[in-house]
Design a protein around this ligand. Sequence first.
Ligand code: HE5
Length: 150
Amino acid sequence: SLIMGDFDLVLKCWGPIEADYPKNGALVLIRLFTDHPETQKLFPKFVGIAKGDLAGNAAVAAHGAVVLKKLGELLKAKGDHAAILKPLATSHAKEHKIPLKNFKLITDAVCKVMGEKAALDAAGQDALRRVMGVVVADMEKTYKELGFVG
Ligand code: HE5
């Protein structure tokens, strides 16, 4: 696809992230909740956790790992991601009721963490934003089919 180079730019820096999904996943979620405190309320399991307790919370790390593992699968699929995205979009629309804009917010958090922990530079961060733009546009099709207004 046209953005194939973007997938490769991001994947080049994925190693340090993949090396510790729970630690880096917790960093992503904590960054998301710090920059956008309202997003913590979207996670029923996390609503009661105080800011200062997020870093040591095993459930936060476990879910952060789940999120980054899925992101890794998406990156490696390089756009051929329909089979991955359909269940992901369906669960986020119907079960978790996550408005689409949150995927942009979490993308910004991943960019920051990859900048700090994996040396993803400004061009790499732009590449990640373009990749996630395609991912979210494809998720939006499923959201619309399901009648969920994200
Ligand atoms: O869809 C699933 O499996 C295919 C369920 C497990 C899962 C969830 C749940 C996965 C694989 C992901 N999320 C992946 C993922 C990648 C993108 C970047 N998520 Zn997810 N999520 C789950 C995102 C983005 C994103 C943004 C927001 C606000 N996600 C969320 C929220 C969210 C919630 C509330 C859940 C339900 C599980 C849970 O609460 O765990 C603590």
